[in-house]
Design a protein around this ligand. Structure first.
Ligand SMILES: C[S@@+](CC[C@H](N)C(=O)[O-])C[C@H]1O[C@@H](n2cnc3c(N)ncnc32)[C@H](O)[C@@H]1O
Length: 426
């Protein structure tokens, strides 16, 4: 897709060519749907899972890539669910009902006609109106109905919203807040063309509908325009926007990842995963690490990667963060270091122990950190006798390498000879 805009489908017409960055995005969607269902069906007590998958900007569903044909997001999601359903059925002798409803929305009638045609030719025709619902509309205009449909399916409201918009203003933050507030377990994967916004930003945009959609008022824009005068302004504005998104979408957990489209880096965009639960953040974080170099995180390694000090050059230490082994090692080292400082400062301030979940919740949103990385850091701090880790029942976690979310971490009164605190926290 040239410059991320303008995929077009018409029945009988030629297929659009899929950009490589979009192929990577499809991999993420597919992997996340699988991981989500696998996680929620893990418990043998679970007899049924009701899930609604909303593809709010679904497109026509088929592309060309490297001379062949590949599926778009709606068909990828259908296939991902079929795959994991078969996998779970094979593993669970007692059986489990995985009831997934799909809602495909697109504002362009031609695209919807194309998708309907494709679904029929792929043998899904009889499902339309049953577990596949197709809506020709702007997502914003049907979001209330979609929420009501999810609410009507039971109390858990398990739902994944893939909002793959062009640009950055077709999904208002008010709608995301509505999704987060009205549903118990919603997750949103939002495409946000951050460079598009940052590059365009000028004072003529103040008070336009686009900026109002993402709750950016006059003073926000003026502040960001002032930043444009500074060294490293782009990262500065991106960080400001990211903080703004965190404050205004009503989600507790975020995973910000950069996508660099091929052929130039000034059209970068974010794939933002917004959720209300740490385990959702964790699963998405794992997928990003699993896909290594496909995505980049845009901060430093470890915790607080986006936190900036106005007196520092924002570029200092800021590395684009490929998800490979080197990045992993950097992240693990950084977390040991930062955990040491953090726990030391807490102890000095007379604060009590904190759980792994609290630790993760207060720091994971800005960083490519996942539970496994925190676990590795805790093992190292325990080995150095800097921390004592106990289970919910008070039992010492002496030798385990994986910790539960409720395990408590406290600073040891008698650090060992090789204390990381002594070396790094002082
Ligand atoms: C980037 S394409 C989607 C591609 C699709 N998610 C995929 O990965 O295969 C964006 C689609 O959003 C549709 N669209 C644009 N504005 C929209 C809106 N406000 N609401 C719903 N769909 C919209 C376009 O017609 C286009 O088909």
């Amino acid at each position: 897709m040239a410059g991320n805009l303008g995929y077009d489908w018409i029945v009988g017409g030629s297929l659009p060519e899929l950009g490589r960055h979009s192929a990577a995005k499809h991999e993420i969607f597919d992997a996340y749907v699988g991981a989500y269902i696998r996680t929620l069906t893990k418990s043998h007590r679970t007899r049924a899972l009701n899930l609604t998958i909303v593809d709010g900007f679904c497109g026509g569903g088929r592309y060309t890539l490297d001379g062949g044909q590949v599926d778009g997001s709606p068909l990828r999601m259908l296939a991902a669910v079929d795959r994991v359903r078969a996998e779970v059925a094979a593993a669970r002798t007692l059986g489990i009902a995985i009831n997934v409803d799909f809602v495909f929305v697109d504002a362009n009638r031609n695209h919807i006609d194309f998708l309907r045609d494709l679904l029929e030719s792929e043998g899904h025709g009889s499902r339309i109106g049953r577990d596949i619902h197709i809506l020709t509309s702007k997502f914003e205009e049907v979001s209330g109905d979609v929420i009501a449909r999810i609410q009507a399916r039971g109390r858990a409201h398990r739902s994944l919203f893939f909002l793959d918009q062009y640009g950055w203003s077709s999904v208002t933050f008010a709608t995301i807040r509505k999704i987060m507030a009205a549903l118990q377990n919603p997750e949103v994967v939002l495409t946000f063309m951050v460079d598009h916004l940052v590059n365009l930003l000028n004072d003529r945009m103040i008070d336009t509908a686009g900026l109002a959609a993402v709750d950016l008022g006059r003073s926000d824009v003026q502040d960001m325009l002032q930043m444009k005068q500074m060294r490293g302004w782009k990262r500065f504005i991106q960080n400001t926007l990211y903080e703004h998104i965190q404050r205004n979408t009503g989600a507790d957990y975020y995973t910000p990842f950069f996508i660099h489209p091929e052929g130039g880096s000034n059209r970068d965009y974010w794939l933002l995963h917004l959720s209300k639960h740490h385990s959702a953040r964790e699963e998405m974080g794992k997928i990003h690490w699993g896909m290594e170099n496909t995505f980049e995180h845009f901060g430093r390694a470890g915790f607080n990667s986006l936190g900036f000090n106005p007196s520092e050059d924002v570029r200092k230490d800021m590395l684009d963060f490929g998800f490979n082994d080197n990045a992993r090692t950097r992240s693990e080292n950084a977390v040991v270091d930062q955990l040491a400082r953090m726990l030391h400062a807490r102890a000095a301030a007379g604060k009590g122990p904190l759980t792994k979940k609290e630790l993760f919740a207060s720091h994971c949103n800005e960083a490519p950190v996942i539970g496994e990385i925190v676990d590795a850091a805790l093992v190292e701090l325990r080995k150095a006798q800097d921390v004592i880790i106990t289970g919910k029942d008070g039992a010492l976690r002496r030798s385990v390498k994986t910790f539960a979310w409720d395990d408590e971490i406290k600073v040891s009164r008698e650090p060992g000879l090789f204390s990381v605190f002594d070396q790094r926290a002082a």
